[in-house]
Ligand binder design. Structure first.
Ligand code: TRP
Length: 361
């Protein structure tokens, strides 16, 4: 059986470097690897609405931002199907049936949902849709018979939930659904890129993000004001690299060839780190190096985005075509689900005959 990818993002803002290292970069590689029969990339607007019901305009505005970021990063609509979740109504019906296979206490134990509930200060007023979004996410994944879900570690509980639903469904109704696997980022620094302030995660509300669409000047400002080692006061002082955001970013983005190109005084990141730890190396120099590396990465992304921005109707057309294609696939799975559950009454000649005999006899 072929391998199929499904993954996606909530359109709550433009995508940033955290998304890039955590998922986008990998998706483009996977898309181009030839190892997958199909790649589906979903703009999860319905999921975004589960905690933004009062602000649909935010989601609406960010659909195109996210689509532009995808295209800018090299997601190729001829190789990957990009689609909008809410345009695939079949996903809701699947979720409706899956809801019967999951207990409230199981959802309450989901660590990602738990933290998100805390972060959003829902306390006792948790929207039902938000609480059950892991079930909806299981529909997203299974509707496309995805074998592989490239995602960050925070998505692990969602995939586990989806696997449980698949096992439960197949156990009750017979082999129908495909059990997905998560594909985690491969480099430790990429698992979770901290914000530029050193806080655990890039987040719009903390203002610690570098967006893929930021101008060179915005990127420069963010890099030059990055959190480093607060005890590294004078250049001569020995510095720490652990917990030093600039070095965490270098772990994520620096490749050996960057030294020859931008800083031939060193030949490797280990050598650079050793000097920093010994003392005698100032933050500004390291930040300038990081800025050069980031600009090398971001320049082509920014340029491709600018090109697509000139033709927004074409971007809508890609999303429309993608949503139609996605819908056809999801409808196919839904038909299998209905027939496995034997709720496809009108296609069930056996049922009609049986019921006829019952009432004639
Ligand atoms: N929960 C994911 C996020 O917050 C978005 C998402 C929705 C998703 N459905 C998915 C990711 C299915 C992978 C597979 O970013």
């Amino acid at each position: 059986m072929g391998k199929i990818i499904l993954t996606g993002d909530r359109p709550t803002g433009r995508l940033h470097l955290g998304h890039f290292v955590g998922s986008l970069r990998r998706r483009v590689e996977l898309q181009n690897s030839g190892l997958f029969d199909k790649v589906f990339i979903m703009i999860a607007d319905a999921q975004a609405l589960t905690d933004n019901a009062d602000n649909p305009e935010k989601i609406r505005q960010n659909i195109i931002e996210v689509a532009l970021d995808y295209l800018a990063c090299g997601i190729d609509p001829t190789k990957s199907t990009i689609f909008i979740q809410s345009q695939v109504a079949e996903l809701c019906e699947l979720a409706f049936y899956y809801m019967n296979l999951v207990t409230v206490s199981r959802l309450q134990r989901n660590p990602t949902v738990k933290t998100e509930i805390q972060m959003r200060n829902f306390e006792t007023s948790i929207p039902v849709g938000f609480f059950t979004y892991p079930i909806s996410q299981a529909s997203d994944i299974t509707a496309f018979r995805a074998t592989t879900v490239p995602a960050g570690e925070d998505q692990q509980p969602m995939i586990e939930q989806a696997r449980e639903i698949v096992r439960r469904f197949n156990g009750i109704y017979g082999d129908t659904l495909v059990e997905p696997e998560i594909l985690l980022p491969d480099n430790a620094a990429c698992m979770r890129l901290p914000g530029t302030d050193g806080k655990a995660k890039m987040s719009k509300s903390l203002g610690n993000c570098i967006y893929l669409s930021d101008s060179p000047e915005e990127v420069r400002k963010r890099v030059m004001s990055m959190y480093t080692d607060p005890d590294h006061i004078r250049v001569e002082d020995p510095g720490k690299v652990e917990g030093n955001t600039v070095f965490t970013y270098l772990d994520a983005f620096c490749r050996p060839e960057h030294f020859a190109q931008y800083w031939p005084d060193y030949s490797s990141l280990d050598e650079l780190k050793a000097h920093y730890m010994r003392g005698g190396l100032g933050d500004v120099k390291v930040k300038k190096f990081l800025y050069a590396i980031l600009e090398e990465l971001l320049t082509p992304i920014r340029e491709r985005r600018k090109e697509w921005e000139k033709d927004i109707p074409a971007v809508f057309e890609i999303l429309k075509r993608g949503s139609e294609a996605a819908r056809a696939v999801a409808a196919n799975t839904l038909a299998d689900v209905r027939s496995a559950m034997r709720i496809n009454y009108f296609d069930d000649a056996e049922l009609i005959a049986e019921q006829s005999r019952k009432f004639q006899g």
